[in-house]
Structures are given as C-alpha cells and as structure tokens.
Design a protein around this ligand. Structure first.
Ligand code: GLA
Length: 748
C-alpha cells in the first residue's frame, strides 16, 4: 500500500514537473518579439478603393484612410492629429481595451492573471496573392502578455470589396477570457454620418431606415440567435456627409457573415470621429480561450463606393457571385411550386401529384414538398407535433417520398423537400428519448415557441443527429435535388447540458460553430444538392449561412406590395440569385391584400421566381398568364440573376412608385421593372431615367406580361442608350397595383 502511494506520488510529481516544463517552454517561445517602431503605411487596395493603416513610432497600428485611391498617401505617416495622441483618441486599426483607448473596444480580454488590459503593437505584415485576392496579414502582439492578434484583409480588386477578419491567439500558459472579439473596426472622418440599416420582424424583414448618427453609440444587433437576422440584419450602408443617394456620394457598406448574435456598433466620439465595429455580439458571450488556441472571428465584408448606394450594392453582389459569398452562385435554383401556402399540412399523395401536374403544365421546373410529410406516433398535422421524428408519415404518403419525387421527375420536374433539423416538438419521440439534447434543459421552465424547442448544436451528438436528418432525408429518394432548411424559433432560457458550468457563455459561439460543422459535412457529402436557407422566412438572410446555401427564403410575407419593400431592402446587400420570390394566392395569407396576378408576377420575377398556391384554384386564364410569364422569365433569368442592378425609384420616397433594372455585364440586354402602388391621378405617368446602359448603343423595349395591349407608346421601338438614360421614358402607370416589365435588347 505504502509502495503504491509512493509510486503515485512520484508519478504525480513527475507529471506536474513535465506540465510546468511544457508551459514554461510555451511561455518562453511565445514571448512578444521586439517591437519594430519604424513608421510605415500598410496599403490594402482594390481597383477603385484603398484602405490604409499606419504604424506610428510607438509601434501602434492606427487606422489611416478608407476611400478612393490616393496617388501618394505618404503624408499620412506625418499626419499629427494635433493633441489627439495624448488624449488617446487616435483611432487604432483594431481598438483594444488597454493603454489610452477610451472607446468601446473591438477586443477586450481578461488575461490569465486577471489583467483587463491589452496593448497591441506592430510585429510584421505581409501581402500575398491568393485565389485572385490580395491578402494582407498584420501581426500584432501585446506589450506584456504572450498574446497575439492577426488582422487579415482580403482585397478583391475588381469587386472593390475587402473581407476582414481577426485571429486571436492565446500563448499564455492558462486560459484567457475574450470579452469583446469583433471582426473589424473601421474609422470614418466626416462632418455628418447617415446610417442606413435594415430592421423588421416576421413577415416584414429588411425594412430600411436612415438616421443621422449623433454623439454616443447606436447599435444594430441581435440577441435572439438561430433566426438571428429576422429583426435586424447584420449589414449597413453608411453615407458620409449627406443622406444616402443612389448614384452619388461616398458610402461605406458592410455585412457580417455570421449565423448568430451579431453587433454592429457605431460610435461618434467627442471629436466627431466615427468608429464602426462589426462582429459577434459579445453580450453574455464571454469566451474562454485555452492556452495555445486561436479564435478566428467571422468575416466582415466591406465596400467603399463614391457613387452612392447603387455602386455599393453592385460591388457586394459581384463579390457574392464571383467569390462564393453565396454557395455555387453559378447554379440558379429552378422556378418552382412550393406546397406550403397551397396545401399547408393537409395533403396526401393525390393532392401532391395534382399540384405536380399543374406545376408541369405551367412550365415550372421543380416541386417542393414543404412541412407536414413526417411523424407517425406524433404525426405532423400541425405545428404542435412531430418535429424531430423524420420518418415519412405513412398515412399521408404510404408509398413514401420516392413515389412523389419520381412522379415529379416523370413530369419533367425536379423535386425538393422541407426539413427543420435543429428543432424538436415536445410531442415527439425524439423529445422523449433525448431530453438532454434540448437547449434550456436546465431545471427551469422550458418555453416553447411555435410549440417547439431547440436542439443543442454545441453537442457533437446533436451535430451527428442533424447531419443524419439531412442525410437520411436525401436517402428517401434518389430524385431529391433541393432541400429547404428551416429554423422556426430562437433561443430563450439559454443553457446547454453539454457545456460545463463555466463555458455556458460560450454557447452562442459554439452553437454556430456546431451548425457550420454540420453544413461543412453536408457540403462535402452533397456538393450539388441545392439548399435554401429559411428561418421563418428571412431569419437567415446573411452571408454566414449563404456561403452554404444556394438561396434564401426572403420572407414568409408573399404579398407583392410588401415584397416590393422587403426585396428593395434586401437588394442593397444581397444579390437576386439568393432571393426566393413566390407568386401566391389572394387575398394574401399574411396581409389580406388583393393584388392582380400580373402585379404579383411582375414583383416575383425580380428574384428567383416561384409559385406558392394551390394551382387548381387558378382560372384557365390565370394559368395561361402564368404559363407565358414563366416562359418569359426563363429567357430573362440570366440577366436578372447575373446582371448589374440599378435601382431607379425607391418605394420609400412617398411617390408610390418603385422601379429597378438589371443590365447584363456586356450591356446588350436589360430587364426593367416598374410598379405603382398609389393612385396617381388621371394623367400622371411614371418617369424613369434608365441606368447602366451603354450610351452609344441602341436598344429596343418590349413589354413582358402584357395584359390587354402594350402599355408604352414606344413598344418595339429602338432608342439610343443615352436617350433612355438622360431623357428617359414615361410609362402610364397610375392605377393602384399597376406594373410593367420590359425586356430591353440591343439592336444593331
Ligand atoms: C416557416 C417557413 C415557411 C414554411 C413553414 C412550414 O414558417 O418560413 O415557408 O416552410 O415554416 O411550417
């Protein structure tokens, strides 16, 4: 016994010694390098913009400039901000709590010894070419602790986009706590700052607002998680010195790629300097970073435009399409009929097959079976039961999913299906078998939302389960081409029985990391299946999710009038190729609005067109109209999906018009959309100055979706590009819900 004890003691002593030796070595190796105090500029350039950081003689890396390229930026090294340096107001490239910093910090750390301060200094930087981008990495180190930060900026020259993220490495021998860990910190110097941001709620996403920033902090943020971007979107357009205009003015636009709580923080200080921070929302989200670990923040996608909002949007769209901001942007999701608003939970194989017949008859290209196809002990006949039990409901579909999918394929359609794998109804076999998988299973009341609970994706077993739901669903038929992935609640009563007591605050980050792990696995296993990001409509319209999804479901609000606003907002940041847009029945199920079928098609055709209604309720005339519209859309589709967007009239200007056009990159083709949603009086016409065309080319205008006779006197005539853009055209849109779509083509 004594000998045994002695052995154990020796072993423990040896282990303790070895651990101490290891950590001492780590500590030594990680000691900050000598600080290079040579003043220098770090230039990050795209074709038409430049972001410049400057290193001062203290080795601090400061924010220098973001705007149009300057031929000789060297005076920036000399630029003394008068007494600002003494006051601690000199803006850092990445603001950190510690030293003289008095603003809210992009990075705040509690070091392993409890020190709340960090003072970063320049160590080195390098620039490399990678996949068409110029990647600049700036290495920084703390003055006191072995603690490193790397600022990474990927510059995409032709798109004028800079994608920034930060990597934070703990080389201390014990864990540190990250309290703030934003992706990026920008500074702007102007007299006035006009912030344009996007807010809303369920069925009212991407509503736009502009406010002038005054001293203090304005935040656009989410604390809801999961469908985190329903109520505020992680994107902004900042207009410098004047309110936002479509074609002129200096603007900085940005979007954060993160499927979780985010924070965009705009702080105007006492010297009228604006600091913009974008990143994961640090509220209640302290993150323990173990010794030797690196934390990488999500990407912030930034652009500068000296030609107003229009150019900023086109830059972001180009980036999303050219650089896979959207998964496989070269794949356009087909026109489709979705079963939701047409059948809800009430269907059987015969109902679905009839819908498929009608979809094929109208020329649609895919049928998507929405919610309601699963659950046996707890059948999914309403939102009350069945989530979690992803077995085909034998009563509704005794011959299985393949029966429906093969039927669709036999009619020339692709087939898609709905899942909501992160969720569970209390009334389900899954909830009975795995109560420990539920978020908030912490001895408090578990609140339901839409009668459901959330599964804890921080837990690898849950990650396997969620992957399995996707995988098993795909195995239900070899004919599944498209998955609609939904998520219909957010986090309340946060808590994970997988994470230990001290790591609970890491839930917010670890859930999203778990989700991304699942997405990665799915994309490896199913690189070609199309996936739609849906979260009660537009709750996942952001670039973190879009990286793995071919498109998003823009909103559960399918009313064409509401969609004019929602899609106008979305178009500022996200491209049409990501925007699912469906024609539904009237009175609209969300708003009760009654709009003409033509108006509904004219609006839906400006995104990825689909239908979401019971086609058997359409008259023969309506079916014929739909058939023609769908056929025309297929021809116009490449221009809408891949063309440059020019917004001509804003629905927000109180005139009751909205208009936009897409112009093909070679400027040979364009599609023009114009909508009137206020009665205008007897004689008024909608004036439109077209944009984005080649001034020296001639174009013919042909109306699409004509109802009785063409609305425009110039139908079929050729006009000079300069005429269309300077004199413009007038279209007699004056009645409520009147609209027009024109196909514009170059004539030789
Ligand atoms: C969410 C989606 C809808 C539909 C329903 C099904 O609300 O946003 O499109 O799929 O769920 O329950």
């Amino acid at each position: 016994m004594y000998l045994e004890m002695k052995k154990i003691c020796l072993l423990l002593a040896f282990t303790a010694f070895s651990l101490a030796a290891v950590s001492a070595a780590k500590k030594q190796a990680a000691r900050p390098l000598d600080i290079d105090r040579t003043p220098r500029l770090i230039e990050i350039a795209t074709d038409n913009t430049e972001l410049i950081l400057k290193v001062n003689s203290d080795g601090e890396v400061l924010f220098g400039y973001y705007g149009r390229p300057v031929s000789d930026p060297s005076p920036l090294t000399e630029k003394k901000n008068y007494k600002r340096a003494d006051l601690g107001t000199e803006p850092q490239a990445y603001s950190v709590q510690g030293g003289r910093e008095v603003r809210e910090a992009a990075l705040a750390v509690t070091h392993s010894d409890g020190d709340l301060n960090t003072q970063l200094r320049y160590v080195s930087h390098k620039t490399e070419r990678k996949d068409g981008a110029t990647v600049t990495t700036v290495q920084l180190a703390d003055l006191k602790h072995p603690f490193d930060v790397r600022l990474v900026y990927e510059a995409y020259p032709a798109e004028d986009v800079i994608v920034a993220h930060t990597e934070i490495t703990n080389r201390e021998s014990d864990p540190v706590i990250l309290r703030n860990y934003y992706s990026v910190n920008l500074t702007a110097f102007a007299d006035r700052y006009f912030l344009n941001y996007f807010y809303g709620e369920w069925a009212k996403e991407m509503t736009m607002a502009e406010i002038e920033l005054t001293h203090g902090i304005k935040k656009v943020s989410s604390l809801k998680h999961v469908r985190a971007v329903h109520c505020e979107n992680p994107s902004f357009i900042l207009s410098l010195d004047a309110p936002l205009a479509e074609k002129s003015g200096d603007v900085i636009a940005g979007a954060l790629a993160w499927t979780g709580n985010f924070d965009l923080s705009f702080e105007v200080d006492d010297l009228d300097i604006l600091a913009v921070r974008a990143g994961i929302n640090p509220y209640s989200a302290e993150y323990p970073l173990a010794s030797g670990e690196t934390f990488s923040t999500p990407n912030a996608i930034l652009t500068f435009s000296s030609e107003g909002a229009g150019r900023a949007s086109r830059n972001l769209h180009d980036w999303a399409r050219n650089r896979n901001g959207v998964y496989k942007p070269e794949v356009v999701c087909p026109t489709l009929l979705n079963s939701w608003e047409g059948a809800y939970f009430k269907f059987d194989a015969a109902v679905l097959k009839k819908m498929i017949d009608d979809a094929a008859d109208m020329g649609l290209e895919m049928f998507v079976l929405d919610d309601g196809w699963f659950g046996n002990e707890f059948p999914r006949n309403s939102s009350k039961a069945g989530l979690g039990d992803w077995q085909v409901n034998e009563k509704k579909l005794p011959a299985g999913i393949d029966d429906i999918a093969s039927y669709a394929v036999s009619k020339g359609l692709k087939f898609g299906i709905w899942i909501e794998p992160e969720m569970v109804n209390p009334q389900s076999v899954l909830a009975r078998e795995h109560p420990e998988w539920v978020v908030g299973n912490n001895g408090r009341e578990q609140t339901t939302m839409r009668q459901q609970w959330l599964l804890d994706l921080t837990n690898p077993e849950v990650q396997d389960f969620v992957f399995g739901v996707f995988d098993n669903t795909m195995k239900l038929s070899p004919h599944i081409s498209y998955i609609k992935w939904d998520a219909n609640r957010h986090v309340e009563n946060v808590g994970s029985s997988y994470l230990d007591g001290r790591s609970q605050s890491a839930f917010w980050v670890k859930y999203t990391e778990g989700l991304y792990k699942v997405y990665e696995r799915i994309r490896k296993a199913y690189p070609d299946v199309m996936i739609q990001a849906c979260a009660s409509g537009g709750g996942r319209v952001e670039y973190g999710a879009l990286k793995y999804h071919d498109e998003a479901w823009t909103s559960d609000n399918t009313d064409a009038l509401s969609r004019i606003f929602i899609q106008y907002g979305m178009s500022h940041i996200y491209p049409a190729v990501a925007m699912g847009s469906h024609v539904s029945a009237v009175p609209n199920h969300q708003t009760a609005a009654v709009t003409p079928l033509k108006f509904r098609f004219d609006v839906a055709m400006s995104g990825r067109l689909g239908m979401e209604l019971q086609p058997k309720d359409l008259s023969d005339g309506e079916k014929e109209f739909s058939r023609r519209a769908i056929a025309d859309y297929k021809r116009l589709r490449p221009t809408i999906m891949y063309g440059d967007l020019y917004r001509l009239r804003s629905p927000y200007d109180a005139k009751g018009y909205a208009s936009s056009m897409y112009v093909s990159k070679d400027k040979k083709r364009a599609v023009l959309f114009a909508y009137c949603f206020k009665y205008q009086g007897g004689y008024r016409a909608c004036r439109l100055k077209l944009d984005g065309l080649d001034a020296s080319k001639r174009y013919r205008l042909k109306e699409i979706n004509v109802q009785n006779k063409p609305i425009f006197w110039g139908e079929g005539k050729a006009f000079g590009g300069d005429y269309l853009m300077n004199e413009g055209i007038e279209i007699p849109l004056k009645k409520l819900f009147s609209s027009a779509v024109f196909e514009i083509e170059e004539v030789k």
